[in-house]
Write a protein of this length. Structure first.
Length: 107
């Protein structure tokens, strides 16, 4: 039998029990994050049609993660958001939405 003694502060989420899940929304509900992704797709179709594809991939990943009850694949989403960021004009509405979406996902 082991005894674990922790001397000091312990921070972070605890994930105890069967089928425990940690969900971090960074101040945004999953529905609000999905709404932002949809708005980004619509705006990019107008401002930068060539970037609407990666935005659609972000939206699709958010939808699939919700349906499959799993965390969003942050690596893939980060890659797509970075691609959009490099192509979107500074000060544009689409760049602002990418930044909002990144904050909502904790990136």
């Amino acid at each position: 039998m082991s005894t674990y003694n922790f001397h000091g502060d312990i921070t972070g989420p605890g994930n105890f029990g069967d089928n425990g899940r940690i969900e971090i929304h960074h101040g945004q509900s999953p529905a609000e994050t999905l709404r932002l992704a949809g708005e980004l797709v619509r705006l990019l179709r107008v401002e930068h049609p060539e970037l609407a594809g990666p935005a659609g991939l972000v939206q699709g990943e958010l939808v699939r993660a919700g349906e499959e009850r799993r965390p969003v694949d942050r690596g893939r989403v980060r890659k797509w958001l970075e691609l959009i960021t490099t192509g979107a004009a500074a000060g544009s509405g689409s760049l602002a939405l990418v930044q909002d979406l990144g904050r909502a996902l904790g990136m």
